[in-house]
Design a protein around this ligand. Structure first.
Ligand code: 8X3
Length: 252
């Protein structure tokens, strides 16, 4: 029996990454779970394995290029790479934002994606049918006040995906960008506001059903499991209550 194709998911310790890992494993991929938090990805790998699917954890910081290169040596063939690691830090205006936050957001969202993509591109090509997913954001397609650093970084992720698609056309590798809007996960807003639960809760206050991690994972899994010749270039997904980055319906 041929072994199952490999799917590498970054940021697999929680939220969209964890949900995507579960769904890709259930779709028949051998999923490699990467994140910095080893205990989390080990627990998730156990859960996925107990459900009868295949998953293995690999502790990895996507911003550590040497570690990423070392990780990539383990693979001759990779079918899917989901660049999901990233996130937002702060919601300060440009006038007062901390440059260190901006730098870190660029490191994780853009250079992290660049690192994994460069390191695994030979294995994705060697698979004869590779797929690279970039989980960007609606913040990669329009700005909003207080979003500056995150918006800039996610525009970077979008540009990476779009440029790479142009550059590798003719090779057997697709580049898919999924741009989610408001997704309520356990950590996204909490991380953004440095653990301030009250500020984090306000992001979703009165919003009738923000997207869940699982909603976005379904979108990713759907795009990845289209026939090889079908390239979902860009898919924007928002909750019904959000018409744009700044037009959100909230119950009074
Ligand atoms: C998350 C969407 O609106 O917080 O990527 O920028 S938003």
């Amino acid at each position: 029996m041929p072994s199952a194709p490999i799917a590498v998911v970054t940021g697999a310790s929680s939220g969209i990454g964890a949900a995507t890992a579960r769904q890709l494993a259930a779709s028949g991929y051998r999923v490699v779970l990467t994140a910095r938090r080893k205990d989390r990805i080990e627990a998730l790998a156990e859960e996925i394995t107990a459900a009868g699917h295949q998953a293995m954890p690999y502790a990895l910081d996507v911003t550590d290029r040497a570690a990423v290169d070392e990780f990539a040596t383990a693979f001759r063939s990779v079918a899917v790479l989901v660049n999901n690691a990233g996130g937002a830090l702060g919601a300060d205006p440009v006038a007062t934002a901390d440059p260190a936050d901006w730098r870190q957001m660029y490191e994780t969202n853009v250079l992290g994606t660049l690192n994994l993509t460069q390191a695994l591109l030979p294995a994705l090509t060697a698979s004869g049918d590779g797929t690279i997913v970039v989980v960007s954001s609606t913040a990669g397609h329009g700005t909003y006040e207080g979003g500056g650093g995150y918006v800039a970084a996610k525009h970077g992720s979008h540009v990476l995906a779009e440029t790479l698609r142009l550059e590798i056309v003719g090779t057997p590798v697709r580049v898919i960008e999924i741009a989610p809007g408001m997704v309520k996960t356990e950590e996204f807003a909490l991380t953004r506001f440095d653990g301030d639960a009250e500020k984090a809760a306000k992001v979703y206050a009165g919003v009738d059903a923000p997207l869940t991690a699982s909603d976005v994972a379904e979108t990713i899994t759907w795009a990845v499991t289209r026939p090889s010749h079908v390239n979902i270039d860009l898919l924007v997904v928002r909750p019904r209550a959000q018409a744009s980055n700044t037009k959100i319906h909230r119950r009074p």
